[in-house]
Design a binder for this molecule. Structure first.
Ligand SMILES: CC(C)(COP(=O)(O)OP(=O)(O)OC[C@H]1O[C@@H](n2cnc3c(N)ncnc32)[C@H](O)[C@@H]1OP(=O)(O)O)[C@@H](O)C(=O)NCCC(=O)NCCS
Length: 155
């Protein structure tokens, strides 16, 4: 069985991070947004996430012992929506299609949790499209609960 290892992302991982963007823009999203809108959102979101010079932010790459990159997580310091105390925020999580279901995201999220605990946070939070059931169910199994639900009415 392939072993999964984690390491901090390096500049040469940039293309890999971007090759997983279609995985993120292609998730089941709101029916009122087409694929082009989801791709535009993902592209702007990636640019903003990696442009922000945040010393506390971290990107971890999961890779197999035969040298293949499998997925990544990006986390950064955030602020709890209710108490405004500092907390951890998982901005991006994606796993290569071929590696899906083999525990890569579990490893990456465990590392994000460890990162948040090491910074003394009480909470780790994230946003996910409500129709992305696979991700929502994965987060629920990992101990996350819904806090706010954003409602949209197409006019
Ligand atoms: C959501 C995502 C990160 C999960 O990654 P993953 O590598 O499949 O996750 P893991 O293998 O660690 O765990 C997935 C769980 O689903 C199970 N699973 C396996 N195949 C599955 C399938 N076809 N459908 C649903 N669950 C499945 C696994 O057994 C595992 O169960 P467990 O938690 O009880 O152990 C991945 O599907 C992904 O990259 N999706 C596209 C991008 C995305 O949605 N990112 C999150 C945006 S917020």
């Amino acid at each position: 069985m392939t072993e999964i290892e984690l390491r901090t992302a390096r500049p040469e991982d940039r293309d890999f991070l971007h090759t997983l963007s279609p995985r993120l823009s292609g998730v089941p999203g709101p029916p009122w947004h087409d694929l082009a809108a989801m791709e535009g959102f993902q592209s702007r979101y990636m640019a903003a996430t990696f442009a922000a010079a945040d010393d506390g932010a971290q990107t971890l790459i999961a890779w197999s012992n035969d040298g293949c990159r499998l997925g990544y997580v990006h986390m950064r310091p955030g602020k709890d929506g209710v108490t405004e105390e500092p907390c951890g925020y998982v901005s991006l999580l994606a796993v290569d299609k071929d590696a899906e279901g083999s525990g890569v995201a579990t490893r990456l999220m465990a590392a994000a949790e460890e990162w948040a605990r090491s910074r003394g946070y009480r909470f780790l939070c994230l946003d996910v499209f409500a129709d992305n059931r696979r991700a929502v169910d994965f987060y629920k199994r990992s101990g996350f609960g819904s806090e706010t639900i954003r409602m949209v009415k197409p006019l």
